[in-house]
Design a protein around this ligand. Structure first.
Ligand code: NAP
Length: 255
């Protein structure tokens, strides 16, 4: 937890945050970073209970507050129950980070419909389900932060990832529409678009050809995405920002 300890502070003291897909990779790092700023973190996971419990234990060991909750974010009933449970157990919900995501890569001509559907269901519909589920309480409270993890491939496309880039591009449009809908009630909605980050998702990639396309010359670390999420979650730091996409990509896509 070195990097989150380095950032330790109270920017999110008293706030309750829900991070989807927080058992591993970028979501894990977001959970640790938000907890290090005083937030109570709900660590959502789907298939890795031990990893989720390890994140909770790591937060507790540093004096933070966290608990885990298993739910498939592509399942409407499970999402509704998760948000209801958070509101009942913690009494409020201030920050939602829609981070859970998967890849099912393949060239379009050979892409199975099931691989198209499962990526859209989780990476796009899951964001819709979680956002809709938290919107009622946030709009009523007239405050809240929603942060959606998209990807630079939403902006540039990527061969073999038509399903994934379509879902992530959908997340950007969704982010902007929700930002416009919720702005009058003090709820901001922003997105973070990572480039290539060292996690399980990218561990089998041949990175050599990719590195040449990254001006900073290396893959990013999960903590470098988590600090952008913290900026968007913190009340004062990003108070005049909504509907935006922050790229954390080593300069890979400059627009
Ligand atoms: P990862 O290491 O593969 O972790 C994925 C996380 O999502 C895990 O915690 C997993 O939990 C969770 N998850 C998977 N299916 C789920 C479901 N149905 N319901 C709830 N949680 C589920 O991936 P990552 O690299 O950290 O990626 C995190 C996010 O960043 C994703 O949205 C990804 O698209 C995006 N992103 C990643 C990169 C990159 O280079 N790594 C770049 C751009 C964007 P369980 O293990 O418990 O199932």
């Amino acid at each position: 937890m070195a990097s989150s300890q380095a950032l330790a502070g109270q920017a999110l003291a008293g706030q309750v945050t829900l991070v989807t897909g927080a058992s591993r990779g970028i979501g894990r790092s977001i959970a640790l970073t938000l907890a290090a700023q005083g937030a109570e973190v709900v660590v959502n996971y789907a298939n890795s209970p031990d990893a989720a419990e390890a994140v909770v234990a790591e937060i507790h060991a540093c004096g933070g507050k966290a608990w885990s909750y298993q739910a498939n974010v592509a399942d409407e009933e499970q999402v509704e129950l998760m948000v209801k449970t958070v509101l009942e157990k913690s009494g409020r919900l201030d920050v939602l980070v829609n981070n859970a995501g998967i890849t099912k890569d393949g060239l379009l001509m050979r892409m199975k419909t099931s691989d198209w559907k499962s990526v859209i269901d989780l990476n796009l519909t899951g964001v819709f389900l979680c956002t809709r589920a938290v919107s009622r309480s946030m709009l009523k409270a007239r405050s809240g932060r929603i942060i959606n993890i998209t990807s630079v491939v939403a902006l540039m496309g990527n061969p073999g990832q038509s399903n994934y880039s379509a879902a992530k591009a959908g997340v950007i449009g969704f982010t902007r529409s929700c930002a416009a809908e919720f702005a009058g009630r003090g709820v901001t909605v922003n997105a973070v678009a990572p480039g290539f980050i060292a996690t399980d998702m990218t561990k089998n990639l041949d990175v050599e050809p990719i590195l040449g396309a990254i001006p900073l010359g290396r893959m990013g670390q999960p903590e470098e995405v988590a600090s952008a999420v913290l900026f968007l979650a913190a009340d004062v730091a990003s108070s005049y920002m909504t509907g935006q996409v922050l790229q954390i990509d080593g300069g890979m896509v400059m627009r």
